[in-house]
Design a protein around this ligand. Sequence first.
Ligand code: PMP
Length: 395
Amino acid sequence: MKLLQAKLAKYDEPQKAKALGIYPYFRAISSEQDTEVIMNGKKVLMFGSNCYSGLVNDKRVHEAAIEAIRKYGTGCAGSPFLNGTLDIHKELEQKLAAYEGKEDAMIYSTGFEVNLGVVSTVTGRDDYILWDEQDHASIIEGRRLSFSNSLKYKHNDMASLETQLKKCDPDRVKLIVTDGVFSMEGDVCKLPDIVDLAHKYKASIMVDEAHGIGVFGEGGRGVCDHFGLKDEVDIIMGTFSKSFASLGGFVATDKIITNYLRHHSRSYIFTASITPASTAAVSKALDIMIAEPERQEHLWEITKFALEGFREMGCEIGHTETPIIPLFIRDNNKTFAITRDLLNEGIFVNPVVSPAVAPNDTLIRFSLMATHTKAQVETALEKIHKVFRSYGLVK
Ligand code: PMP
C-alpha cells in the first residue's frame, strides 16, 4: 500500500459504526423534499431540514427556476468576474441589498464560500478577527486563511469578547464575527451587547444570518433586523441553501467593502456563478417570504409548541428558543443508535457529533419548517418520547 493510503486507512470510525449498525450518514431521499419524504421506500417525517421557510417544495419557486432554465440555460460556465454574470444575478444582488438595508450585495456560489472569501479577505496582517467558539466551520476556515490575528472568545460570553478586544492594538482593524442563530444549538447571538462593545473598541461586526433568515425579523430578514440593529452591523451574510430553498450565498454591506471584495475575494472570483435556476428560485422565495408573513408566524407557533413539548418530556435542550432544537445525548454511539431507532419509527433527525459540536455536547438536532403541521410535530414528540424512554433519557 502506498504511504498515502496506508495513512488514511487508519481512519476507520465509519467502519466501526457500520459494524454496529448505527452509521447514520448519506441516507438518500427519493421523493419531493417536504415535511414528508421517502427513504428506503418508506415514508418518513423530515425533522432535519434547514429550509425553515418550507419553500423548498413550493411550486411557485419551482416554476421560477424552470422559467430561468428556459431563458438562460442550466449553467453559467464562468466566474461572475468574467462571463458568468447574468442580468438576474445583478437584479438579485440589488434585491438582497434592499432586503438587508445595505448599499450593495454580492452573490457567491455557496454560503461557505461567502464566509471563506469575506472573512479571509477584509482583514489583513496586524488586524484582528474576533470569533465565537461556536461559529460555523466556514467562518473558522475563513479566519484560518486570513493573515490577521485570530482571537477566539467563549460562546456568547461578552466578558470573554471584551477580554479579547482589550488585547488588540486600538489603531488596527478589529472584526467581530458571529453566527446570528448558532447552527447546531439554536441559540441567538447577543447582538445588542456585541454592538455596545464594538462601539467601545471601534470594532466592526459581521453576522452570519444562515439560520436567521426566514425565521427572525420582518419578512424573514434575520436576527439583525429582529434586534433593529442592521445599521450597526457592517457585514451581513446569508446562504441560499436554507430558507431561500436554493444553493448559493450572499454578503450585503457597504459599497466600499463590496468594491474591495469583488476584486480580491478569491472564492468569489475563481469559481463559477450560481445557476440561473438557483438565482430565480432565491428571488421568488424572497418575494414569498415578504408577501406571506403567516408562514413565519406558523413556524413560531409550532416552534413554541415543540419547545414546550421537549421541556415537559424532560429533554435537555440547552438555550434554544428557535426552530433549531438540540436534544443533548452526550455520547456518540448512543446518538447514532437513537437516530437509527427514530428513523425506524418514521422520524428523520440529524445526529451531530464533534467537530460540529464540542466532543461532550453530542446531540440530536431537531429542526422545524413552516410547512410542518402541529399534528406532525405531535407525532414526532410521541415517537421521540418512546425512543428516548427506551434509552433511559426521559421518564
Ligand atoms: N453559515 C452557517 C451558520 C451555516 O450553518 C452554513 C451551512 N450549514 C453555512 C454558513 C454555509 O452555507 P452553505 O450551505 O450555503 O454553504
